[in-house]
Design a binder for this molecule. Structure first.
Ligand SMILES: Cc1cc2nc3c(=O)[nH]c(=O)nc-3n(C[C@H](O)[C@H](O)[C@H](O)COP(=O)(O)OP(=O)(O)OC[C@H]3O[C@@H](n4cnc5c(N)ncnc54)[C@H](O)[C@@H]3O)c2cc1C
Length: 474
């Protein structure tokens, strides 16, 4: 018979953003909860993703502003970056936030179990303990289980990152070196963030993307604007590019690789000191005992319904391992929906269309809802309202007025269908767009919402006014 302490209402496997959010909400709802984590609580986001990268990008942003100090009437002298100090600050912030999470574990009375967990049937989790002492095992029994084991970097077939010359994002966030030159393969959010960061620190960056546009999941006009901005900053952008992985030579002298034009044009050789492979993520679905359940894995991710239920009763799955939007706030929201479903609270099903997406390169990108390309593809008549940051007093004061705010609304009903932003602080501004989408608000409601002046937020109202051709300041 199991010891009573091994019996829980809920066992969460994986203590990343999705897992710990689910565990905390479960505890708030009165469920006796265990959280099993093989590494450090906080997962990818805190240790290898959102947080370390945003610390690095914050330094790069500040450096760029300091270089522009004379524009603001300031003498900043000879500014430059100290990557060892940036890396130290990165570690310090990650440590501080990890400490914060551990105190929330205690506050919420969640039992954090350090070790590698594996399902033995739907509601049993065997944990190989990593308690810093003798190890051992615990067999946890639960009424319900939430799987939240996340994802890992995925390379291209034929490219085996060595962590030194050919790197993944995991290697970069542990590095305190600035290469003199860098090839970034993949221009999704992770690729463009690192391209932007290293360029600000003086690296010669070549950004290679197979598709015709940077940030291919974003509205095409945003991708084009980013590409122009990157080129102006001296980043070499190669789109429509097929990397000939068989030609890759990586050694102490650096990386050499051939790139073919995907549309059949010229072939060119790229050379750099280092290469970053940022070509996506693979879900962590193996080695966790799924074969002992009826959980289905389709196209590499765990299949769930919009309440995060798997095909196996009592087993839920959330976060990067289910695909959807591979973002921390998506994982957290999915965790809350899963737990509230378990608790019988009938939450709203997860709707990725109302979830914001944010990319922290310079200029920043943020969006929610559908792109122009998606609306055209689906034959949905829409109107576009666009407001350039040049028309925003606050953006001009801040000296950062590249890009635009764009609102797409239904021709028939005026309902907001998409919000697409590129420019200053847009990752903080996009939440208003998310609220508009979740409330199914009309563009005219956004236009009539009074925004403080001067503020960057005015751009959303101006773009909404532009939907009916009535922007005041553009
Ligand atoms: C470079 C980079 C930058 C990013 N920037 C952002 C950003 O700015 N904003 C954003 O929203 N998202 C960002 N993301 C994405 C974000 O990090 C992920 O979407 C998020 O971490 C997913 O959370 P998760 O809980 O699903 O998985 P994870 O955070 O990956 O956590 C999974 C956890 O499960 C544990 N685990 C796995 N298997 C087992 C097992 N068998 N037993 C016990 N524990 C196990 C792992 O150790 C890990 O801690 C970024 C990602 C990367 C790589």
């Amino acid at each position: 018979m199991d010891a009573p302490s091994d019996t829980f209402d809920l066992v969460v496997l994986g203590g990343g953003t999705g897992g710990y959010t689910a565990a905390f909400r479960a505890s708030q709802l009165g469920l006796r909860t265990a959280l099993v984590e093989a590494g450090a609580i906080g997962g990818t986001c805190l240790h290898r993703g959102c947080i370390p990268t945003k610390v690095m990008l914050e330094s790069a942003d500040l450096l760029a502003r300091m270089r522009d100090a004379a524009t603001f009437g300031l003498r900043a002298g000879d500014v430059g970056a100290d990557m060892i100090a940036i890396a130290a600050r990165r570690s310090e912030i990650v440590k501080r936030l990890t400490g914060g999470l551990l105190s929330l574990v205690r506050k919420n009375h969640v039992e954090l179990i350090h070790g590698i967990g594996r399902l033995e049937g739907p509601t049993s989790v065997r944990v190989s303990l990593d308690d810093g002492h003798e190890g051992g095992e615990r067999l946890l029994k639960a009424v319900n289980v939430i799987l939240a084991t996340g994802s890992r970097p995925r390379s291209l077939p034929g490219i085996e990152p060595d962590g030194r010359v050919v790197m993944t994002s995991d290697d970069i966030v542990a590095s305190d070196r600035v290469p003199s030159s860098l090839i970034v393969v993949g221009a999704g959010a992770v690729g463009v963030e690192f391209a932007s960061f290293y360029r600000d620190l003086g690296t010669e960056v070549t950004l290679v993307e197979y598709l015709p546009s940077l940030v291919p999941l974003e509205d095409a006009e945003v991708g084009r604007t980013l590409e122009r901005s990157f080129r102006r900053r001296g980043i070499t952008v190669v789109t429509n590019a097929r990397l000939d992985t068989a030609s890759l030579v990586a050694n102490e002298a650096g990386v050499t690789v051939m790139v073919d034009s995907a549309s059949g044009g010229e072939r060119r050789e790229l050379h750099a000191e280092r290469m970053l492979v940022a070509t996506g993520r693979a879900a962590n679905t193996s080695g966790i005992g799924l074969e002992s359940t009826d959980v289905e894995v389709v196209a590499g991710v765990v299949k769930v319904d919009p309440l995060m239920r798997t095909h196996e009763e009592h087993v839920f799955a959330i976060g990067d391992m289910v695909g959807g939007l591979l973002l921390a706030h998506a994982a957290a929201h999915e965790g809350i929906v899963a737990v509230e479903t378990i608790a019988g609270l009938a939450p709203q099903p997860v709707d990725y269309n109302v979830m914001p997406r944010a990319t922290y390169c310079r200029p920043q990108i943020a969006s929610v809802g559908r792109t122009e390309e998606e609306l055209k593809r689906d034959g949905v008549p829409y109107v576009s309202g666009r407001f350039p940051w040049l028309g925003s007093a606050k953006a001009v004061i801040g000296g950062d007025h590249e890009g635009f705010a764009k609102i797409l609304s239904s021709t028939a009903t005026d309902q907001v269908l998409g919000v697409h932003l590129i420019g200053p602080h847009v990752t903080d501004l996009v939440s208003e767009g998310a609220l508009a989408l979740i409330l199914a608000a009309d563009a005219s409601v956004l236009a009539h919402t009074v925004h403080p002046h001067p503020s960057l937020s005015e751009a959303l109202a101006e773009a909404a006014m532009a939907v009916s051709g009535q922007s005041i300041n553009a």
